[in-house]
Design a protein around this ligand. Structure first.
Ligand code: TYD
Length: 337
Protein backbone atom coordinates (compact mmCIF):
# COMPACT_ATOMS: atom_id res chain seq x y z
CA UNK A 1 0.00 0.00 0.00
CA UNK A 2 1.24 3.52 -0.75
CA UNK A 3 1.07 5.47 2.47
CA UNK A 4 0.42 9.12 3.03
CA UNK A 5 3.46 10.32 4.94
CA UNK A 6 3.16 12.81 7.78
CA UNK A 7 6.16 14.56 9.29
CA UNK A 8 5.33 15.04 12.96
CA UNK A 9 7.72 17.48 14.60
CA UNK A 10 7.87 17.27 18.38
CA UNK A 11 6.42 13.78 18.06
CA UNK A 12 8.15 12.54 21.22
CA UNK A 13 6.40 15.13 23.39
CA UNK A 14 3.12 14.78 25.27
CA UNK A 15 0.49 15.75 22.67
CA UNK A 16 2.71 14.91 19.68
CA UNK A 17 3.25 11.32 20.81
CA UNK A 18 -0.48 10.86 21.49
CA UNK A 19 -1.08 12.04 17.91
CA UNK A 20 1.54 9.62 16.53
CA UNK A 21 0.13 6.65 18.48
CA UNK A 22 -3.38 7.54 17.34
CA UNK A 23 -2.42 8.05 13.68
CA UNK A 24 -0.66 4.67 13.44
CA UNK A 25 -3.44 2.89 15.33
CA UNK A 26 -6.41 4.37 13.47
CA UNK A 27 -5.15 5.18 9.97
CA UNK A 28 -3.73 2.20 8.12
CA UNK A 29 -2.85 4.36 5.09
CA UNK A 30 -0.62 6.74 7.06
CA UNK A 31 3.14 6.52 7.71
CA UNK A 32 4.75 8.84 10.23
CA UNK A 33 8.22 10.34 10.45
CA UNK A 34 8.89 11.91 13.84
CA UNK A 35 11.45 14.69 14.12
CA UNK A 36 12.24 15.60 17.69
CA UNK A 37 15.10 17.49 19.34
CA UNK A 38 14.84 15.29 22.44
CA UNK A 39 15.12 18.18 24.84
CA UNK A 40 13.90 17.51 28.38
CA UNK A 41 10.28 16.78 27.38
CA UNK A 42 10.94 14.76 24.22
CA UNK A 43 11.06 11.19 25.46
CA UNK A 44 11.50 8.08 23.25
CA UNK A 45 9.47 6.11 25.80
CA UNK A 46 6.41 8.10 24.65
CA UNK A 47 6.51 6.40 21.24
CA UNK A 48 7.87 3.05 22.44
CA UNK A 49 4.64 1.21 21.67
CA UNK A 50 4.79 2.18 17.98
CA UNK A 51 8.56 2.29 17.47
CA UNK A 52 8.61 -1.16 15.82
CA UNK A 53 5.81 -0.36 13.38
CA UNK A 54 7.26 -0.36 9.83
CA UNK A 55 5.30 2.86 9.17
CA UNK A 56 7.18 4.70 11.94
CA UNK A 57 10.56 6.36 11.49
CA UNK A 58 12.53 8.78 13.63
CA UNK A 59 15.00 11.60 12.99
CA UNK A 60 16.65 13.40 15.87
CA UNK A 61 16.71 17.11 15.13
CA UNK A 62 15.66 20.64 15.89
CA UNK A 63 12.96 22.39 13.82
CA UNK A 64 15.27 25.40 13.56
CA UNK A 65 17.80 23.21 11.64
CA UNK A 66 16.81 23.36 7.96
CA UNK A 67 19.21 20.61 6.85
CA UNK A 68 17.77 18.21 9.39
CA UNK A 69 14.24 18.98 8.26
CA UNK A 70 15.22 18.32 4.63
CA UNK A 71 16.65 15.00 5.73
CA UNK A 72 13.46 14.09 7.58
CA UNK A 73 11.32 15.09 4.58
CA UNK A 74 13.49 12.97 2.27
CA UNK A 75 11.62 12.20 -0.94
CA UNK A 76 8.66 14.23 0.26
CA UNK A 77 5.86 14.25 2.80
CA UNK A 78 2.16 14.94 2.38
CA UNK A 79 1.83 16.91 5.58
CA UNK A 80 3.83 18.58 8.32
CA UNK A 81 2.21 18.69 11.74
CA UNK A 82 4.20 20.91 14.09
CA UNK A 83 4.01 20.02 17.78
CA UNK A 84 7.62 21.05 18.45
CA UNK A 85 7.68 23.86 20.98
CA UNK A 86 8.80 25.07 24.32
CA UNK A 87 5.49 24.98 26.17
CA UNK A 88 5.78 25.76 29.85
CA UNK A 89 4.83 29.28 31.00
CA UNK A 90 6.97 29.11 34.16
CA UNK A 91 10.06 28.14 32.15
CA UNK A 92 9.34 31.00 29.73
CA UNK A 93 9.55 33.37 32.69
CA UNK A 94 12.94 31.89 33.72
CA UNK A 95 14.35 31.63 30.16
CA UNK A 96 12.38 33.38 27.40
CA UNK A 97 15.06 33.02 24.73
CA UNK A 98 14.59 29.27 24.22
CA UNK A 99 10.94 30.03 23.40
CA UNK A 100 11.79 32.55 20.71
CA UNK A 101 14.31 30.16 19.20
CA UNK A 102 11.96 27.19 18.90
CA UNK A 103 8.45 28.63 18.74
CA UNK A 104 9.25 31.61 16.50
CA UNK A 105 12.46 30.80 14.58
CA UNK A 106 11.71 27.07 14.44
CA UNK A 107 8.27 27.76 12.96
CA UNK A 108 9.83 30.05 10.37
CA UNK A 109 12.36 27.41 9.30
CA UNK A 110 9.63 24.75 9.07
CA UNK A 111 7.41 27.02 6.99
CA UNK A 112 10.30 27.59 4.59
CA UNK A 113 10.76 23.81 4.34
CA UNK A 114 7.03 23.45 3.63
CA UNK A 115 7.41 25.93 0.76
CA UNK A 116 10.55 24.32 -0.64
CA UNK A 117 9.07 20.85 -0.65
CA UNK A 118 5.52 21.83 -1.64
CA UNK A 119 3.67 19.88 1.06
CA UNK A 120 -0.12 19.48 0.78
CA UNK A 121 -0.80 20.51 4.38
CA UNK A 122 1.00 22.34 7.19
CA UNK A 123 -0.70 22.25 10.57
CA UNK A 124 0.53 24.42 13.44
CA UNK A 125 -0.42 23.19 16.89
CA UNK A 126 -1.04 26.24 19.04
CA UNK A 127 -2.73 27.18 22.28
CA UNK A 128 -5.63 29.09 23.81
CA UNK A 129 -3.03 31.14 25.71
CA UNK A 130 -2.49 33.37 22.67
CA UNK A 131 -5.90 34.99 23.40
CA UNK A 132 -4.67 36.07 26.83
CA UNK A 133 -6.82 36.43 29.90
CA UNK A 134 -10.61 36.30 29.28
CA UNK A 135 -12.62 37.43 32.29
CA UNK A 136 -15.98 36.34 30.86
CA UNK A 137 -17.35 34.58 27.81
CA UNK A 138 -15.25 32.44 25.49
CA UNK A 139 -12.62 33.24 22.85
CA UNK A 140 -13.57 32.70 19.23
CA UNK A 141 -11.01 32.35 16.45
CA UNK A 142 -11.93 35.87 15.25
CA UNK A 143 -10.95 37.45 18.57
CA UNK A 144 -7.78 39.51 18.74
CA UNK A 145 -4.78 37.77 20.25
CA UNK A 146 -3.36 39.34 23.40
CA UNK A 147 -0.57 37.07 24.65
CA UNK A 148 0.69 38.00 28.12
CA UNK A 149 3.53 35.58 28.91
CA UNK A 150 6.77 35.05 26.96
CA UNK A 151 5.44 31.57 26.13
CA UNK A 152 2.11 32.85 24.78
CA UNK A 153 3.87 35.62 22.84
CA UNK A 154 6.23 33.13 21.20
CA UNK A 155 3.32 30.88 20.19
CA UNK A 156 1.41 33.89 18.86
CA UNK A 157 4.50 34.76 16.78
CA UNK A 158 4.36 31.27 15.30
CA UNK A 159 0.62 31.48 14.53
CA UNK A 160 0.99 34.84 12.82
CA UNK A 161 3.78 33.60 10.57
CA UNK A 162 1.76 30.53 9.59
CA UNK A 163 -1.26 32.64 8.65
CA UNK A 164 0.93 35.15 6.81
CA UNK A 165 2.57 32.35 4.80
CA UNK A 166 -0.88 31.16 3.78
CA UNK A 167 -1.81 34.66 2.61
CA UNK A 168 1.50 35.57 1.00
CA UNK A 169 2.80 32.31 -0.45
CA UNK A 170 -0.34 30.19 -0.54
CA UNK A 171 1.14 27.75 2.00
CA UNK A 172 -1.67 25.23 2.66
CA UNK A 173 -1.67 25.96 6.36
CA UNK A 174 -4.01 25.45 9.31
CA UNK A 175 -3.76 26.38 12.99
CA UNK A 176 -5.34 24.63 15.97
CA UNK A 177 -5.54 26.28 19.39
CA UNK A 178 -5.99 23.75 22.15
CA UNK A 179 -6.98 24.32 25.74
CA UNK A 180 -5.08 22.92 28.76
CA UNK A 181 -4.43 19.28 28.01
CA UNK A 182 -4.14 16.35 30.42
CA UNK A 183 -3.62 12.60 30.21
CA UNK A 184 -0.88 9.95 30.19
CA UNK A 185 2.76 10.78 29.25
CA UNK A 186 2.65 14.46 30.29
CA UNK A 187 6.00 15.67 31.63
CA UNK A 188 5.57 16.25 35.37
CA UNK A 189 6.08 20.04 35.35
CA UNK A 190 2.51 21.07 34.41
CA UNK A 191 -0.26 21.34 36.99
CA UNK A 192 -1.89 17.89 36.75
CA UNK A 193 1.14 15.58 36.37
CA UNK A 194 3.20 17.62 38.85
CA UNK A 195 0.47 17.48 41.48
CA UNK A 196 -0.38 13.82 40.88
CA UNK A 197 3.25 12.68 41.15
CA UNK A 198 3.91 14.89 44.21
CA UNK A 199 0.78 13.53 45.88
CA UNK A 200 1.71 9.92 45.09
CA UNK A 201 5.12 10.61 46.64
CA UNK A 202 3.56 12.05 49.80
CA UNK A 203 4.82 15.55 49.00
CA UNK A 204 3.11 18.95 49.05
CA UNK A 205 1.60 20.63 46.00
CA UNK A 206 2.39 24.32 45.31
CA UNK A 207 -0.83 26.23 44.52
CA UNK A 208 -0.12 29.65 42.98
CA UNK A 209 -1.89 32.63 44.53
CA UNK A 210 -5.46 31.93 45.63
CA UNK A 211 -5.88 28.90 43.34
CA UNK A 212 -9.04 30.37 41.82
CA UNK A 213 -7.63 30.71 38.31
CA UNK A 214 -9.75 28.88 35.72
CA UNK A 215 -8.57 26.55 32.97
CA UNK A 216 -10.58 24.46 30.48
CA UNK A 217 -9.32 20.85 30.45
CA UNK A 218 -9.10 18.70 27.31
CA UNK A 219 -8.09 15.04 27.28
CA UNK A 220 -4.98 14.41 25.19
CA UNK A 221 -6.74 11.78 23.03
CA UNK A 222 -9.51 14.26 22.21
CA UNK A 223 -6.86 16.87 21.44
CA UNK A 224 -4.96 14.47 19.14
CA UNK A 225 -8.19 13.47 17.36
CA UNK A 226 -9.09 17.13 16.92
CA UNK A 227 -5.75 17.89 15.28
CA UNK A 228 -6.09 14.90 12.91
CA UNK A 229 -9.64 16.01 12.09
CA UNK A 230 -8.61 19.58 11.29
CA UNK A 231 -5.64 18.31 9.26
CA UNK A 232 -7.93 16.23 7.07
CA UNK A 233 -11.08 18.37 6.96
CA UNK A 234 -10.16 21.95 7.89
CA UNK A 235 -10.32 24.89 5.49
CA UNK A 236 -6.84 26.14 4.58
CA UNK A 237 -5.82 29.43 6.17
CA UNK A 238 -8.22 28.94 9.09
CA UNK A 239 -7.77 28.66 12.85
CA UNK A 240 -9.75 26.09 14.89
CA UNK A 241 -10.19 26.18 18.66
CA UNK A 242 -10.11 22.79 20.40
CA UNK A 243 -11.41 23.03 23.97
CA UNK A 244 -12.53 20.35 26.39
CA UNK A 245 -15.54 22.17 27.86
CA UNK A 246 -14.32 21.35 31.39
CA UNK A 247 -13.73 24.68 33.13
CA UNK A 248 -12.39 24.22 36.66
CA UNK A 249 -10.48 26.34 39.15
CA UNK A 250 -7.01 25.08 40.01
CA UNK A 251 -8.25 24.48 43.54
CA UNK A 252 -11.09 22.26 42.29
CA UNK A 253 -8.55 20.23 40.30
CA UNK A 254 -6.23 20.08 43.32
CA UNK A 255 -8.97 18.83 45.65
CA UNK A 256 -10.06 16.18 43.15
CA UNK A 257 -6.46 14.96 42.76
CA UNK A 258 -6.09 14.85 46.55
CA UNK A 259 -9.23 12.70 46.72
CA UNK A 260 -8.12 10.39 43.90
CA UNK A 261 -4.71 9.81 45.50
CA UNK A 262 -6.16 9.30 48.99
CA UNK A 263 -4.30 12.24 50.50
CA UNK A 264 -5.63 15.03 52.74
CA UNK A 265 -5.94 18.75 52.01
CA UNK A 266 -4.16 19.86 55.19
CA UNK A 267 -1.15 17.63 54.59
CA UNK A 268 -0.72 18.45 50.95
CA UNK A 269 -1.70 21.98 49.90
CA UNK A 270 0.91 24.73 50.12
CA UNK A 271 -0.13 28.16 48.86
CA UNK A 272 2.85 29.87 47.22
CA UNK A 273 3.59 33.25 45.65
CA UNK A 274 1.62 33.72 42.44
CA UNK A 275 3.11 33.45 38.93
CA UNK A 276 3.97 36.94 37.60
CA UNK A 277 1.36 38.14 35.08
CA UNK A 278 -0.72 35.02 35.80
CA UNK A 279 -3.68 34.75 33.42
CA UNK A 280 -6.82 34.39 35.51
CA UNK A 281 -9.00 32.54 33.06
CA UNK A 282 -8.99 30.93 29.62
CA UNK A 283 -12.12 29.73 27.83
CA UNK A 284 -12.62 28.63 24.23
CA UNK A 285 -15.64 28.75 21.96
CA UNK A 286 -15.38 25.53 19.93
CA UNK A 287 -18.39 26.02 17.60
CA UNK A 288 -16.16 26.17 14.55
CA UNK A 289 -14.48 22.80 15.21
CA UNK A 290 -17.88 21.32 16.11
CA UNK A 291 -19.28 22.48 12.77
CA UNK A 292 -16.37 20.63 11.14
CA UNK A 293 -17.45 17.45 12.94
CA UNK A 294 -15.12 17.29 15.97
CA UNK A 295 -16.13 17.38 19.62
CA UNK A 296 -14.44 16.21 22.83
CA UNK A 297 -15.63 12.76 23.94
CA UNK A 298 -13.76 11.95 27.14
CA UNK A 299 -15.84 12.65 30.23
CA UNK A 300 -13.70 14.68 32.62
CA UNK A 301 -14.20 12.81 35.91
CA UNK A 302 -13.38 9.54 34.21
CA UNK A 303 -10.47 10.96 32.20
CA UNK A 304 -8.93 12.46 35.33
CA UNK A 305 -9.35 9.32 37.38
CA UNK A 306 -7.81 7.18 34.59
CA UNK A 307 -4.94 9.63 34.33
CA UNK A 308 -4.22 9.32 38.05
CA UNK A 309 -4.43 5.52 37.61
CA UNK A 310 -1.91 5.72 34.78
CA UNK A 311 0.60 7.72 36.89
CA UNK A 312 0.07 5.29 39.75
CA UNK A 313 0.94 2.35 37.46
CA UNK A 314 3.70 4.07 35.52
CA UNK A 315 6.14 5.32 38.14
CA UNK A 316 8.74 3.59 35.91
CA UNK A 317 7.95 6.32 33.33
CA UNK A 318 7.87 9.44 35.52
CA UNK A 319 10.22 8.73 38.41
CA UNK A 320 13.40 8.99 36.29
CA UNK A 321 12.08 12.30 34.90
CA UNK A 322 11.81 13.83 38.36
CA UNK A 323 15.55 13.53 38.98
CA UNK A 324 18.37 15.33 37.13
CA UNK A 325 17.23 18.28 34.99
CA UNK A 326 13.87 18.39 36.72
CA UNK A 327 15.35 18.74 40.20
CA UNK A 328 17.35 21.83 39.13
CA UNK A 329 14.29 23.32 37.50
CA UNK A 330 12.12 22.59 40.53
CA UNK A 331 14.59 24.29 42.85
CA UNK A 332 14.83 27.37 40.61
CA UNK A 333 11.09 27.51 40.20
CA UNK A 334 9.83 26.82 43.71
CA UNK A 335 12.61 27.31 46.27
CA UNK A 336 12.02 31.03 46.74
CA UNK A 337 8.25 30.83 46.70
P1 TYD B 1 0.11 24.91 33.79
O1 TYD B 1 -0.12 23.43 33.85
O2 TYD B 1 1.50 25.43 33.92
O3 TYD B 1 -0.57 25.39 32.43
P2 TYD B 1 -0.85 26.91 31.89
O4 TYD B 1 -0.05 27.87 32.66
O5 TYD B 1 -0.38 26.77 30.50
O6 TYD B 1 -2.33 27.10 32.03
O7 TYD B 1 -0.78 25.61 34.90
C1 TYD B 1 -2.17 25.43 34.97
C2 TYD B 1 -2.67 26.29 36.10
O8 TYD B 1 -2.15 25.78 37.32
C3 TYD B 1 -2.18 27.74 36.01
O9 TYD B 1 -3.21 28.60 36.46
C4 TYD B 1 -1.00 27.78 36.97
C5 TYD B 1 -1.38 26.77 38.02
N1 TYD B 1 -0.23 26.09 38.68
C6 TYD B 1 -0.11 26.10 40.06
O10 TYD B 1 -0.95 26.67 40.80
N2 TYD B 1 0.99 25.48 40.64
C7 TYD B 1 1.93 24.86 39.88
O11 TYD B 1 2.92 24.34 40.44
C8 TYD B 1 1.78 24.82 38.45
C9 TYD B 1 2.78 24.13 37.58
C10 TYD B 1 0.67 25.45 37.89
Amino acid sequence: MVHRRWLVTGGLGFIGSAFVRLALRERSDVAVTVLDAMTYAGNPANCAEVAHDSRYSFVKGDIADAARIDEAIGEGVDAIVNFAAETHVDRSILDPEAFIRTDVMGTHVLLEAARRHGVDRYLQVSTDEVYGDVDHGASTEADPIRPRSPYAASKAGGDLQVLAYHTTFGTPALVTRGSNTYGPYQYPEKLIPLFVTNLLDGEEVPVYGDGLQVRDWLHVDDHARGIAHVLEHGTLGEVYNLGGGNSRTNLEITKELIRLTGRSYDDSVRYVVDRPGHDRRYALDISKARALGWFPRVEFAQGLSETVGWYRERADWWRPLKSGEFRDYYRRQYALR
